[in-house]
Ligand binder design. Structure first.
Ligand code: IMP
Ligand code: MG
Length: 184
């Protein structure tokens, strides 16, 4: 399918601006720097939507840390398929490590619940979750996250790493996608 050159045509409204993203991530980074000082955390990113958030947050965490990534998938289009596929495991052993998971968005909670349980079995010293966005209205499983940058309403959003059909990730803000885009 040919994509319109103007991605903005498909955006209903901007939910979180570039400035708001940068400001909040710097603020959260300062908090995480203080909380992880002396703990040499392993910062784990959940690919691929987390990439812009990870890049910005990992530079805002100013204490010695290591980076690693894992990849799971639960979505097809705008609907969770309910089936999680584990595509890439971590490279680093997390036993006795302080692990901080970074995720782009928490919706039903299934993805993070699955990853959390999987990693807890490996015996980390601690395991915490920091999400850029939280959509509490979408929750179907119980899950506690430790750090949330923004709480948002229950609309399908794209940009700053978040995709629809793997597009729109490169929008520099978080915006609500026009339902007409996926209701075709
Ligand atoms: P959960 O397992 O339902 O919590 O969904 C988490 C994953 O679903 C995220 O990592 C995203 O990849 C995807 N997701 C959930 N809501 C949205 C959205 O509004 N826009 C884009 N992706 C989303
Ligand atoms: Mg994701």
């Amino acid at each position: 399918m040919t994509r319109s050159l103007d991605m903005m045509q498909d955006i209903e409204r901007v939910l979180v601006t570039e400035e708001e993203l940068h400001r909040r991530i710097r603020e959260m980074g300062a908090q995480l720097t203080a909380e992880y000082a002396g703990k040499n955390p392993l910062v784990v990113g959940i690919l691929r939507g987390v990439v812009p958030f990870y890049a910005e947050m990992a530079l805002a965490i100013r204490t010695p840390c290591q980076w690693d990534f894992l990849s799971v998938s639960s979505y097809a289009g705008t609907e969770s398929t309910g089936t999680l596929t584990f595509r890439k495991d971590l490279d680093i052993d997390i036993r006795d490590r302080h692990v901080l998971i970074l995720e782009d968005i928490l919706d039903s909670g299934r993805t993070l619940k699955y990853i959390r349980e999987l990693l807890l079995e490996r015996g980390p010293a601690s395991l915490k979750i920091c999400t850029l966005l939280d959509k509490p209205s979408g929750r179907t499983v119980e899950l506690e996250v430790d750090y949330t940058c923004f709480t948002i309403p229950g609309a399908f959003v794209v940009g700053y790493g978040l995709d629809y059909d793997d597009y729109y990730r490169n929008l520099p803000f978080v915006g609500v996608l026009k339902p007409s885009v996926y209701e075709k």
